[in-house]
Ligand binder design. Sequence first.
Ligand code: BES
Ligand code: ZN
Length: 954
Amino acid sequence: MSVVTLLTLTLLAAMFRSSSAHQASSSIGPQGEASNGGAADPAFPWSHLRLPSYIVPVHYELRLHPNLTELRLSGSVRVQVEVKNDTNWVVLHSKALNISNAMLLDHSMAALSEQVLPVLHHPGHEQVAVFSPRVLSSGHTYFLHLQFGAELTEGFYGFYKSSYKTGAGETRVLASTHFEPTSARKAFPCFDEPSFKANYTVTIRRSPEHIALSNMPIEKTVRLNEDLMEDHFATSVKMSTYLVAFVICDFRSVSATTSSGVKVSIYAAPEKLHQTHYALEVAVKTLDFYEKYFNINYPLPKQDLIAIPDFESGAMENWGLTTYRETSLLYDPRSSSAQDKLWVTMVIAHELAHQWFGNLVTMVWWNDIWLNEGFARYMEYIAVEATYPELHVEEYLLNVCFAAVGRDSLNSSRPISSAAENPTQIREMFDTVSYDKGACVLHMLRHFLTDEVFQSGIVRYLRKFSYGNAQNQDLWDSLLIPKCSPSSPQGTSGSGELFGRPSCDWLLWLQYLFAGEHLNLTAMMNTWTLQKGVPLVTVTREGSRLLLKQERFLKAVLPSDPVWATLYLWHIPLTFKTSSSRTVHRHLMVTKTDSVDVGDQASWVKVNTDMAGYYLVHYEGRGWDQLTQLLRENHTALSYHDRTHLIHNAFQLIVTGKLSMGRALDLIGYLPSETHTVPLLEGLGFLGAYYRMLEKTAEHDVTQKLRTYILRFFGDVIDRQTWEDKGSVTERHLRSEVISLACDLGHAPCLRQANQRFADWLHSEGKLSLPADLTETIYSVGAQDERGWEFLLHAYTASPSETHKHKILSAMGSSRDKNKLSRLLEMALEGEVIRNQDLSTLVYLVARNPHGQQLAWAFFKKNWGFLVQKFQLSSFCIRSLMVGTTAWFSSAEELSDMRSFFQSIEEQASQLRATQVALDNVQKNVLWMEMNLGPLRDCANMRPVVETPALSAQ
Ligand code: BES
Ligand code: ZN
């Protein structure tokens, strides 16, 4: 804000203060909402972080002129508001905006005052208050008119500047927005809370060489003069502020139409247009799928998807104009791997799911952001499984639940629905709990209710709360049909008949599934959403009964920890299979201890079928041995989901001391005969992670032993791999992981192959095309040599594909040369060659490298101030740096170093949950070391199993 404006406002405020104070205190603050207490400026009439509820925005008319040469934004907004209680003040959000010319008009557009109205500021709450000398009366409509200006700054939130270089080396500037969760207020003054839904009519001025995009299509364009065009966009549907979006750029697009007539376009920098075709196909297919699945049409005439060169996170679901990081949208058939393709498909499915979950129906407040993100994450799987079955996305769902367990088994976790008031707390809600635990709990619910009941329930929820807001209870209420009798059939909204069957059938079906059990869905789901943690069910066979006990599963538990085990109780939809029956048995466990009948004959019992439930299982007595034996003798008696779940379960229990490392290794002893990728990768993943952890210690003998063990154990799988992009997505995934690990472990044949290919690639000056799935590994091997690394850096600078650049970066970051790693870190800080958006990835890559771990941590500590300023506290970037740079620490010294650094930045660190997550994680690693180093040193199971006659015969 300029000094002149500040002075003017202060003077005007002083002019009005005497009368305003009186009128405000008599009229503002109905229904107990306090007036005038505790605000930084004593004259500021509102003391809460959340806006008063007695003025409601209905319609915004927004005029914007982003000047890409001067990097300035000027604009005006006219907000139509409805007043619910008499007041003199309009309080709304604004951050770093220079507001001038405030006016209030009545319903007939007559100004309420001759004078420009004073605007008071409360920067701490990111609010402004406009004073009206005349009382705004309850039940009436007014128009608030404000002019404002701002800078188009670098950064990733609000209305920000981005740029890219053309092949000819010319820099092109663009401007884009990212508002979620609380940055719309940085682009225009607004009621920036998800429940204040309104319509938007946007006008944007731009130069003729640019295009402007917003949520809605352009209705008309006016040429104002030689150098200035004005685009008028159609009025939007009712929506929250965080979904508003604008982009001004010189991009080009490809388009197609969905079966219901929605125009879909993919926008990218002109030279990247050839990478947009796959996204177009995915977006059209996915929109078609969602329209059918939700039985609700996408309500806008168009959906634009745009690849923004500077983007902090992965993508954003602005209604009708979804924005993406380039790697999340662009697919280059020549250099993208099978995994890159899957990623693009899933990100699009995620953002398009939000067009319903989030945009059409929005959570009331950020404490329930999981209703957006958990659903969008889960819908990725439902949609991609249906639209691209060949991608086998269902194979990855377990990883979502495993990620959730990882966070939830530390004390620093939080309930899915958690209080969040200020912007820092709100941003931190976008975490694994909202996304992954949210999705996993929905998966459990879907299995519990059946697909049909789940689908019809969420359709009912979406219909009922369309263009409105909802909370958890609304979801639970929509999922179960409250009453159902033949004379009063459900489904008046139409969704009841969705499957050609009346809803009553589903209720009967449910009652059948849980015969005799009283079902209180709210009580059940509250145990999953309102308390943190993941349950551990311990099962013990006693004759024909299986005794059950539930407690919270916690890693890194110390004697000083609070009484954690007894405090928690879940309603667990338990499922199990036994050797003597093919069917899945169900039981809703609502007490601490319980039991079920499994019969006398069962030689094994496997609980939590396909891990459809969000809980871990520990088999006491002979349970683990029986399952280990089953896997050895006939592993296909269990589904690949069950096998993967058992492996995950066993390795989780090690750090709690409930299962020894030796017994977990015994369990995966069957893996050389495993033919399915998912359990194989699960076992390989644990051993790879252990190796990485040991590699950084002075325990060279154990490290070497583990290395030999892994290479021998997976020898056949490694040798089976070919060096090409052939086969199904699953085969390609396995190949890229196995070859990467083998080269990482220094497997000679692997290094030979990779070196040869890298040499050929160098010789061709980078023109030779390498197998996309193996490029990263080949580059990593090549990066260990001076010439190879330098050439990769050159290729990085020149490459037009961001996915390709990521592969190169990953390779450069695996160098053993500390000088090279330091050079990379410096480049990331400069933000020229390595963009700021890739900083956290780069630092993570360096931290993962045993030669770079300390460098990355030192970098993080040294540049903390700069990083927080650049990315905002609690942004994805800062959080992933905090957890990522320390992820492999495993000693008491490292833990205490972390503690003292966090102490030195106490004021910021204490605001972040991520601080405790990082500490808990390292504490867990320290504990793991204490418990397992000894056993690993003399672990009998690590004598290569492959040398036993039974296994060498495989
Ligand atoms: N709504 C989020 C975008 C977002 C990011 C909001 C950060 C607030 C803060 C979007 O739908 C999202 O979830 N994006 C993911 C990618 C997605 C595939 C999971 C992201 O940006 O990581
Ligand atoms: Zn999302």
